[in-house]
Ligand binder design. Structure first.
Ligand SMILES: CC(C)(COP(=O)(O)OP(=O)(O)OC[C@H]1O[C@@H](n2cnc3c(N)ncnc32)[C@H](O)[C@@H]1OP(=O)(O)O)[C@@H](O)C(=O)NCCC(=O)NCCS
Length: 324
């Protein structure tokens, strides 16, 4: 029998090694290392009967605003089966564990994302979900921008008063272990920079194709313009997350000024990248895209177990990027 259960402290080292395994990309393989020692999420893990750690997934239950009321809504993420052990039907065992965990402490709904182009995950989780698995309902597209930081004057301040009750916006903003945070507010646009580098490292695992030999000249060019360079294999991408972002969506000009200051703040902290998540169709997205960036698209899902009514169509939910 394989052993699927919630993780215990003795599992942490193996789970960290599993989650840091490189994710193959076109020209760049990335590794998303995380430490699980102090994480707030529930960590579901699966070990084969041979003893190998094979699968991991994360479940968190933040308190979010829903129609003006504080509700616990789930986030599902971090699903990974060891590349060598995929195709052995472990997903079914993982979902059986998720069901047990869910039934012990149920919530009406979860949010989840799948990176566009991950056809296998979409096929398995969305199109061919088995009876007893939760159903994934499409709920828009999240555009994640990795923005190049650059020098600019800024003035960080205290956290703004917490009266924002937009649907799916967090009711509270607890610091994660080792997190550093700076708040910026500008003409009705507010949010913070979250530096989670104590517990999360994105590293370049390998370069492929022409990038292997083009990197040196590309870096020379980037250095000339004081822009972020491509780190050597094994080195970290230095980035921070925009968090708890709020505005009424009607101030594109103020948003542009706010974002420029955020990029200056991130640059002053030695970060090369600022990660910002906006829904496709957000009026601020075209403004953000005027800054130098790479764009990653993910499909957003509202996830419900059978027995819950199907969600009514709504706009895409607010998502706190660092929680995904
Ligand atoms: C997506 C993922 C979690 C699936 O895990 P898995 O253990 O391979 O899935 P299972 O073995 O339970 O697969 C179930 C089905 O998919 C098929 N399958 C699994 N891997 C496959 C592959 N690489 N190519 C084609 N089919 C595959 C299985 O044969 C099985 O088919 P069946 O239902 O007809 O028997 C795993 O591929 C993975 O970790 N991918 C990388 C990270 C990722 O994409 N996470 C999802 C983020 S939302």
């Amino acid at each position: 029998m394989n052993d699927f259960r919630l993780a215990l402290p003795e599992d942490v080292a193996e789970l960290e090694a599993l989650s840091a395994l490189p994710v193959p990309g076109g020209w760049i393989d990335l590794s998303y290392a995380r430490s699980f020692g102090h994480c707030r999420e529930q960590v579901l893990r699966g070990r084969l009967k041979t003893g190998e750690m094979a699968a991991i997934a994360l479940r968190s239950l933040p308190l979010l605003w829903r129609r003006g009321q504080a509700r616990r809504i789930g986030y599902l993420g971090g699903l990974r089966v060891h590349p060598r052990l995929q195709g052995r039907n472990l997903l079914a065992e993982g979902f059986a564990l998720l069901r047990r965990v869910h039934e012990a402490d149920p919530v009406e709904e979860y949010l989840a994302t799948i990176v566009e182009g991950n056809h296998l995950a979409e096929r398995l989780l969305v199109e061919r979900a088995r009876p007893g698995w939760p159903k994934f309902f499409p709920s828009g597209v999240l555009c994640t921008l990795a923005l190049e930081t650059k020098p600019c004057a800024f003035s960080a301040g205290p956290p703004p008063s917490w009266s924002h009750t937009q649907d799916y916006f967090p009711c509270e903003a607890p610091l994660e272990f080792g997190e550093r945070r700076w708040w910026l507010e500008h003409q009705g646009v507010a949010g913070c920079l979250r530096d989670l580098s104590q517990t999360r490292h994105t590293r370049v695992a390998a370069y492929h194709g022409p990038l292997r030999w083009l990197r040196t000249s590309y870096n020379l060019w980037q250095r000339l313009w004081r822009r972020p360079q491509l780190p050597s294999p094994g080195a970290r991408l230095k980035g921070g997350y925009v968090g708890f972002f709020r505005s009424d969506g009607l101030r594109p000009q103020a948003f542009g000024g706010w974002l420029r200051s955020m990029l200056g703040l991130a640059h002053s902290l030695g970060l090369d990248w600022l990660y910002l998540g906006l829904a496709e169709g957000d009026a601020y997205l075209p403004v953000a895209r005027r800054f130098r960036h790479r764009l990653y698209r993910s499909r957003i899902f509202r996830v419900r177990y059978q027995g819950q009514p199907e969600p009514l169509p709504e706009g895409p939910p607010y998502l706190e990027l660092a929680w995904l």
